[in-house]
Design a protein around this ligand. Structure first.
Ligand code: SF4
Length: 121
């Protein structure tokens, strides 16, 4: 079966087709090898940076934007977001503070994407 991707490795956004034939993955449409590597990763081990929000106590806003500090397996993204819905950060928070270590054993930490001061400060 052929899988189609838009390569996200550079702004050209090549339309790539990848097809598994036996042990080999045939990639077409890529203008460079980064696109081939991307397509093979997408077929065999897709990963993404997770971006979401967590609740923050005593902050000037109720939600704090966060992201993973490395890519995590795509099939764990929903579970990680579910896990993070239970997290309560506490203001003040600085950009880059670790909010959740090693989320779901992925090796990725969830860090703050912005700073947030306490209410009434
Ligand atoms: S295949 Fe190469 S040129 Fe095309 S979008 Fe990907 S990185 Fe860019």
């Amino acid at each position: 079966m052929k899988s189609k991707f838009t390569c996200i490795e550079c702004p050209l956004g090549c339309a790539i087709t990848a097809e598994k034939k036996g042990d080999e993955i045939i990639v077409t449409g890529n203008k460079c090898n980064r696109g081939k590597d991307y397509a093979i990763r997408e077929l065999t081990d897709p990963k993404r940076i997770l971006t979401t929000t967590v609740f923050v106590e005593n902050g000037i806003h109720p939600l704090l934007p966060v992201k993973s500090d490395r890519e995590i397996p795509k099939n764990l993204i929903k579970k990680c977001i579910g896990e993070l819905s239970k997290v309560r950060a506490k203001a003040p928070v600085k950009y880059g503070d670790v909010i959740c270590k090693n989320v779901m054993g992925t090796g990725a930490n969830i860090v703050s994407s912005c700073s947030m001061v306490r209410k009434n400060e």
